[in-house]
Ligand binder design. Structure first.
Ligand SMILES: Cc1cc2nc3c(=O)[nH]c(=O)nc-3n(C[C@H](O)[C@H](O)[C@H](O)COP(=O)(O)OP(=O)(O)OC[C@H]3O[C@@H](n4cnc5c(N)ncnc54)[C@H](O)[C@@H]3O)c2cc1C
Length: 392
């Protein structure tokens, strides 16, 4: 098999799916491919949940079970174990969003700590993750990023955010579990970047434990990485980065236009792809200083990473290089890579059905707007259906 056909193998890709799960995935992506249906479905679901109509069971049996591992950590164990059987690890992602109370922030931290302890005991979960705004209010990140002074009570609040970051990163180091920190909107990200850099200085002294995320739809990210690299070499710490293209493009462009500043986003998809691939290459060329988690569903970028690894003689299971996809998407990449001996981890979202709805809606919308991706999923599912003769 030549490298460039690796992801065509649908038998390996969908081996974990029973016939009925395969059919569910096929009909789900068929539905998602119709934009009006997604809009109507989203509105109807939101209404039904708000009106306390008994739709949770239906959501759970369809879209939830396809894109999420369970309602809590224990509930995900079945998915985690099954995937690990095929060599694919899990990154449990507590996907409850938009809750801004101290109790929620503390709760999110406790959940992350629990996952790190859980991960310490299970080979199937070598990596944990959290979102900066899961640990503190968006407004504080933004205000600090704009160079404004916090009020006394905001300062105390911010100290607690820093404390939460530190508690989690410290435990991650103690347990030797890598911790990924997601990236969000550019107008809060500078503050998050500075805080994550501080964590890297504290905890990445021997090896990369703390990973920041670089969104390469931002044209400034490779320069950002290069200057961080200089600092790291000078001050003696390792860098961990998750590289992704970025999930907030429309919002970023709209805000820049609205407020009249230059958009931080690459002008075209091709430029985003180029920044992604150049950043990937930079990481692999500097692997002694930079560990990389390649978060993408883009086949070309994955093939490129494989080629570069071969060229630079990086072994497939080198712990400094990981590939990552989201649960419920691009199994043809994840399972075929794992089958070939690469390190692969899927983000497995979890949380109460009602609370992960914003996440699920984004997945549906994303799959609708990235037309190519849905078509690709559908074609792969179709191919596997006919291989199993389910379409006759
Ligand atoms: C494991 C994992 C972790 C992730 N973590 C994060 C995270 O922390 N933060 C975050 O923001 N996202 C995150 N994402 C989502 C990611 O940023 C992308 O939105 C998603 O993966 C789609 O990009 P792609 O590389 O998979 O595929 P592709 O289909 O090749 O790329 C689609 C992406 O290209 C970019 N793009 C599309 N059209 C244009 C255009 N006209 N001009 C410029 N750029 C364009 C957008 O970023 C779009 O999402 C994560 C994804 C994965 C798989």
């Amino acid at each position: 098999m030549t490298t460039k056909q690796l992801f065509d193998n649908t038998k390996v890709a969908f081996e974990l799916k029973s016939d009925s799960e395969l059919e569910r995935a096929y009909f789900l992506f068929k539905m998602i491919s119709h934009e009006p249906l997604v809009r109507i479905g989203t509105a109807a679901t939101n209404f039904a949940l708000k009106a306390h109509l008994p739709v949770e069971g239906l959501i759970r049996a369809t879209v939830f079970d396809h894109f999420c591992g369970g309602v809590n950590e224990e509930d995900c164990l079945n998915v985690i174990d099954k995937m690990y059987d095929k060599g694919v690890c899990s990154v449990l992602d507590f996907s409850v969003e938009g809750k801004e109370t101290e109790a929620h922030f503390d709760g999110a931290m406790e959940t992350t700590l629990k996952i790190i302890r859980f991960a310490d005991e299970r080979k199937a979960m070598p990596i944990a993750v959290f979102k900066p705004t899961g640990f503190g209010r968006f407004h504080l990140y933004q205000k600090l990023g704009e160079g404004k002074t916090l009020t006394d009570s905001e300062q105390k609040e911010w100290d607690r955010v820093v404390e939460r970051f530190d508690t989690v990163c410290k435990l991650a180091k103690e347990k030797d579990v890598e911790i990924l920190i997601d990236a969000e909107e550019s107008w809060m990200q500078n503050t998050a970047d500075a805080l994550v850099e501080e964590m890297m200085r504290r905890y990445n002294t021997e090896k990369p434990i703390v990973y920041n995320t670089l969104q390469t739809y931002r044209w400034d990210r490779l320069d950002f990485l290069k200057s961080l690299h200089e600092q790291a070499q000078k001050d003696g710490f390792k860098i961990g980065v998750k590289i992704v293209r970025g999930a907030y493009m429309e919002k970023e462009r709209e805000r820049a236009e609205d407020k009249g500043y230059a958009s931080p986003i690459c002008e075209t998809k091709e430029l985003t792809d180029k920044t992604f691939n150049d950043t990937l290459m930079y990481c692999l060329e500097n692997l002694n200083d930079i560990a990389v988690f390649i978060g993408t569903h883009n086949e070309y970028s994955c093939y490129l990473a494989m080629d570069l690894m071969e060229q630079y003689k990086i072994s497939r299971n080198d712990n400094r290089v990981w590939f990552g996809q989201l649960y419920g998407m691009s199994d043809h990449i994840s399972f075929n890579l794992a089958h070939e001996g690469y390190n692969v981890a899927k983000y497995v979202p979890f949380g109460p059905v009602k609370d992960v709805m914003p996440y699920l809606i984004r997945r549906a919308e994303e799959n609708t707007s990235v037309a190519g991706q849905t078509t690709r999923e559908l074609n792969l599912l179709k191919k596997e259906r006919s291989r199993r003769k389910l379409d006759s």
